[in-house]
Design a protein around this ligand. Structure first.
Ligand SMILES: O=C(O)c1cccc(C(=O)CC[C@H]2O[C@@H](n3cnc4c(=O)[nH]cnc43)[C@H](O)[C@@H]2O)c1
Length: 222
């Protein structure tokens, strides 16, 4: 059993309104301390996420880190609005050449224990499997990019090209940072919208956050 607190990250505090704990501030990011867990807002996007996680764990000990938040589901993923899933792996879709990603440039973005990683980063298998079975959730392929899909056709092409189920803006940076620093990382997302649908009237952020609340409170045992 882990004795160190679980580190929880979410891009914004709007994705974690249900967490109650002792407030703290980390370089302008909101944080909370609870019994057996610490939550930190990491900011939207890859640079915010990687920098915040790396800076925060530099002087604090954690073994397990869970990124959670809302996401867009690709139409053929089998996921509906309000559904949750855990990442089996994250795809960094912005790096390298259009056809071939970083392999097309001929070098990896990360090497850990002699293994090269280009655009695909696995989440920690043991931690992810434990959460899948505890929460009864599926494992899916998550894709991360800086720009959100702006129409169904763009979303469809990305999903097909990368064989991805779900789109977000932080996860690949999180997975890469966890691999690099030797942290056991898992990622839980709730579907707030269908990727490529920009009409906010069709988004269900509250429903997605309620789904996150259900699972996160089970994880931290509240
Ligand atoms: O204005 C838009 O068209 C638009 C489209 C998608 C997402 C946004 C956001 O402001 C949310 C960014 C935030 O939430 C995650 N997220 C949620 N849905 C998606 C998505 O379909 N594609 C990418 N990211 C999504 C993301 O991880 C950010 O943290 C606005």
């Amino acid at each position: 059993m882990p004795t160190l607190p679980l580190l929880l990250l979410s891009p914004t505090r709007l994705e974690a309104p249900f967490l109650k704990g002792q407030k703290f501030d980390f370089h302008g990011r909101a944080g909370l301390r609870g019994a057996g867990w610490v939550w930190l807002e990491c900011g939207i996007g890859k640079a915010n996420t990687a920098a915040t996680l790396a800076a925060f764990v530099q002087r604090r000990r954690f073994e397990r880190v869970l990124l959670f938040g809302i996401a867009g589901a690709y139409a053929d993923s089998g996921l509906q609005i309000g559904d949750c899933a855990l990442a089996e792996r994250e795809i960094q879709a912005d790096l390298g050449v259009r056809d071939g990603g970083l392999k097309g440039l001929g070098f990896p973005s990360l090497v850990v224990a002699s293994r090269p990683y280009h655009n695909r980063f696995p989440l920690d298998k043991a931690f992810t499997d434990e959460l899948k079975s505890k929460l009864g959730l599926p494992g899916k392929q998550f894709l991360t990019r800086d720009l959100v899909s702006e129409n169904p056709s763009e979303a469809h092409q990305l999903a097909r090209k990368w064989e991805a189920d779900l789109e977000n803006m932080e996860g690949a940076a999180f997975a890469q940072t966890c691999l690099w620093l030797g942290l056991a990382g898992a990622e839980l997302r709730a579907v707030s919208n269908i990727a490529g649908v920009r009409d906010k009237a069709q988004w269900r952020i509250r429903q997605a956050v309620e789904a996150l609340e259900h699972h996160i409170l089970r994880i931290i045992g509240s």
